[in-house]
Every structure is written in structure tokens, then in C-alpha cells.
Design a protein around this ligand. Sequence first.
Ligand SMILES: [Zn+2]
Length: 291
Amino acid sequence: MKFGEFELSIVRECTFKLDGGAMFGVVPKTLWSKLSPADEQNRVEMHCNLLLIETPNAKVLVETGMGDRWTPKEAERYGLKSLTTPAKMLESVGVSNEEIDFVIISHLHFDHVGGATMLKDGKLTPTFPNAKYIVQKGEWEFAYKANARAKASYRFEDFEPLQESGVLQLVDGNYEVTPGVEVRVTGGHTSHHQVVYFESGSEKGVYFADIMPTKSHVSPPWVMGYDHYPLASCDMKNEWLTKASAENWLVVFDHELGTPWGRVRLVDGKKFEFEALPVETLEPKRKTAVV
Ligand SMILES: [Zn+2]
């Protein structure tokens, strides 16, 4: 989809499932299950939606999904269905892994950084060999000192090879990755969780990552039980949604099952409503030739 001078594409890396109660925190199931129906194990289905931002200067990939290094038992637990492999991650949008200049990782949980590395000749190597991987320094440090509640979401083999192979770029706070694409620290989900703000021409947009994973999370108090700082998430959501609705930004959700991008409106001065863009906007600009 055209966005000012940028080209934006969504890459659906996988579908997976997580416990519905954990996805909606203190919101009662009688409310959330109307929007996100649960399966027989109380899990709700989601996507990993990666965002490719092609600017006149650089190709930026936001997030890498779950990847393919999962045992059958783990895949079963997460209801994981891969829709691509790391080696062919961007094939659906006609871009090769080698072409990516920057990979932005919102935080180091396995459903965001799982595809950052892949096995090649028996060794874990960066999936995007020519890219700099942008990670918050505070998030990196936290991953190594996460306590018992937090550490189940971090797998060191997902991100240690990035440092070993010299592609890791740790940034400390808000940072311009390339003209028109910035990471902004929000905290909330984790202490140094970052979102991606992008603008070109008169267009502005934000990839919310896990501070607002699906359209069902648009209401500021609907924050995840997974969040380390849920009250901060609530405040941050309100702040970002206020700006996004006032200036008609494009908003992008990382785990939405339906069309994951659209606009938000403030209705009657108190309630935010999401309206998805037409599904055709997800059609890639150029598809790879079918052989
Ligand atoms: Zn996530």
C-alpha cells in the first residue's frame, strides 16, 4: 500500500494461540469472548503480522514472528501454524532477506524475535544477514535478569546469535532508524517496549506492537495480563490513541486476526473506535512469479 513516498506491506508469518484470560487481563471473559472467541482450551487465535516499510532510503522490517524452531509439543501448546519460513519470510511481497537494511524488534519475547535467526548449516545465523537489528538496550538487559514471572517469554537462542554475528544495534530511548521511521519507547508491556512511528508526506502511522496487539485491545483499560506494567500500558494507549485519532494516523496491530491496519476515531469525546482499511490494501504490490 502506498503511504506518502513509502510502500507498506503486511507479512503474515504465522497464526498462534494464547490463553484468552492472559490476553485480556482483568476484563471478564463474558466481555472479551464476544470479540475474540475462545477454543476448547480457552485460547484465542491471533496472527503475527510483520510490517515491511520501504522508504526511498531503506527497507525496514518490523518484527520477525515466531520463526520455525519449535518442537511439535511446543507448536501444539501454542496452536502454532507457520505461514512461511524464515528463509522465505518476505517471498509473498517479492523482497529477499538480503535486501533488508533494518529489523526493528519491539521487545524480545519469542513471538517477536523467534524469526530473527534461523538454522543454516547447523548454526544459528541472522535471518536478515545485511540488516542492523534495532533493540532497546534496556530490553536486552532485562531479558538477562528477568524474574520467574517474566523469563518464560525469553529464549536466548532467539537473540544471542544477533550479538555474536555483529548485527545487533542496541539503542537507548527514542531513535530515528532512517528518515521517517522512528522507534519510541512506551514501556507497559515490558519496561522498555518500543513502538514504531513512521511518517511520509502528509501521512503518519504507528505500529503498536504489544501495547495494543489486536483491535479488541483499542479501549485503553483492555490491557493484557502479560503486561509487566498494566497501568502504564493503559496511560500510554490513551496518549497514543488521542494523537492517532486527532491526526487520522494509520494504526497497525501486530496480532490482529482480521485486517490489521486502519484508522481510529474518538467517538463522543470518550470512546476510541477502530475502522479497518479495505482488505484489498493487503494485496502485495508485486508478487513473486509462480514457477
Ligand atoms: Zn506478542
